[in-house]
Design a protein around this ligand. Structure first.
Ligand code: CP
Ligand code: NVA
Length: 321
């Protein structure tokens, strides 16, 4: 018998604007249940008897803890498989690995290098594949960030978010998520680190429905002008360690500080966000540990976003309502 192809979450672009909003709505509901210690029984048992393998070929603090916590919350069993545990693309093709693992489990949460690896897993899988970060996208982080923004701003439409940093996975999905949420984004990246043109087009298309604008520049001061939220990430993503010295030089002037925000004319009430892990070169301590900084609530929100995603894609078979 033919089985229906599973729905995967490889990038925020796999969600409609309405679905993204609904996922965040659900995440907020789960946050309340979790905080009150009062999770309805039907939810707490919804993954009972189900295994959620987590195939991680890179380090992780937040994604691992939040995903394992989310599976536990839903009553399932998280199975962490690090890069030395299984034959992930080593000694066995991704396709074969995926076919085998998916035959015994309810979904696959995977953190990989190239985007083609997550696509390869999805191709072989009979169950939903959730991207837990690849070189191009980080959808779980972007859902979390919209959730965090919603908690701190009454209205998303008309907000401006400024990204000052690298053209990376976190920016890509965050910008798509903002576009789908009606948030304007200005991204400053150094001249030698432009955002891939296909991704720029993807972000702009994502904003068609909401009218959100996506602007690119090489000048952090231009990006932060009138911004309500300043965001950055590490300049050296996992796998780029060999480029550290070069990148530190090319990102000179990109550190987020109160002085930079004032010079660029950011909104006086601007907030700061960062997916973490953080290093001092991209944001100084004064901003990072200030009242403007949402970084710790943002990190905690990873849990509620992971719950909402597993509920939608695994428990509800990809229906988001
Ligand atoms: N923000 C994030 O994905 O953190 P980890 O790499 O620690 O999972
Ligand atoms: N851009 C970073 C994000 C880590 C959560 C990386 O890919 O390493």
């Amino acid at each position: 018998t033919a089985t229906k192809a599973p729905r995967h979450l490889l990038t925020i672009d796999n969600l409609t604007s309405d679905e993204l909003t609904k996922l965040v709505d659900r995440a907020l509901v789960h946050k309340k249940y979790f905080k009150e210690g009062n999770v309805p029984e039907s939810i707490a048992t919804s993954l009972r008897g189900k295994t959620v393998p987590m195939l991680f070929s890179k380090r992780s603090t937040r994604t691992r803890v939040s995903t394992e916590g989310a599976v536990t919350y839903l009553g399932g069993h998280p199975m962490f498989l690090g890069k030395d545990d299984i034959q992930l693309g080593v000694n066995e093709s991704l396709y074969d690995t995926s076919k085998v693992i998916s035959s015994m489990t309810s979904c696959m949460v995977a953190r990989v290098g190239p985007h083609s690896d997550i696509q390869g897993l999805a191709k072989g899988s009979s169950v939903p594949v959730i991207n837990a970060l690849c070189e191009m996208f980080h959808p779980l982080q972007a859902i979390t960030d919209i959730l965090t923004i919603r908690e701190h701003f009454a209205e998303l439409k008309g907000l401006k978010l400024a990204w000052v940093g690298d053209a990376n996975n976190v920016l890509h999905d965050l910008a798509i998520a903002c576009a789908k949420s009606g948030i304007n984004v200005a991204a400053a990246t150094p001249k030698d680190y432009p955002i891939d043109i296909d991704i720029v087009e993807m972000i702009r298309r994502a904003g068609d429905e909401t009218g959100a604008v996506f602007e690119v520049t090489n000048d952090p001061l231009v990006a932060v002008k009138d911004a309500h939220i300043l965001v950055t990430d590490t300049w050296i993503s996992m796998g780029q360690e060999a480029e550290t010295q070069l990148k530190l030089k090319q990102f000179a002037g990109y550190q987020i500080t109160n002085d930079m925000a004032a010079k660029g004319g950011a909104n006086p009430d601007w907030k700061f966000m960062h997916c973490l892990p953080r290093h001092k070169e991209e944001v100084d301590d004064e901003v990072f540990y200030s009242d403007r900084s949402l970084v710790f609530p943002e990190a905690e929100n990873r849990l509620y976003a992971a719950i909402a995603v597993l509920e939608a894609f695994v428990v509800n078979g990809g229906k988001i309502e």
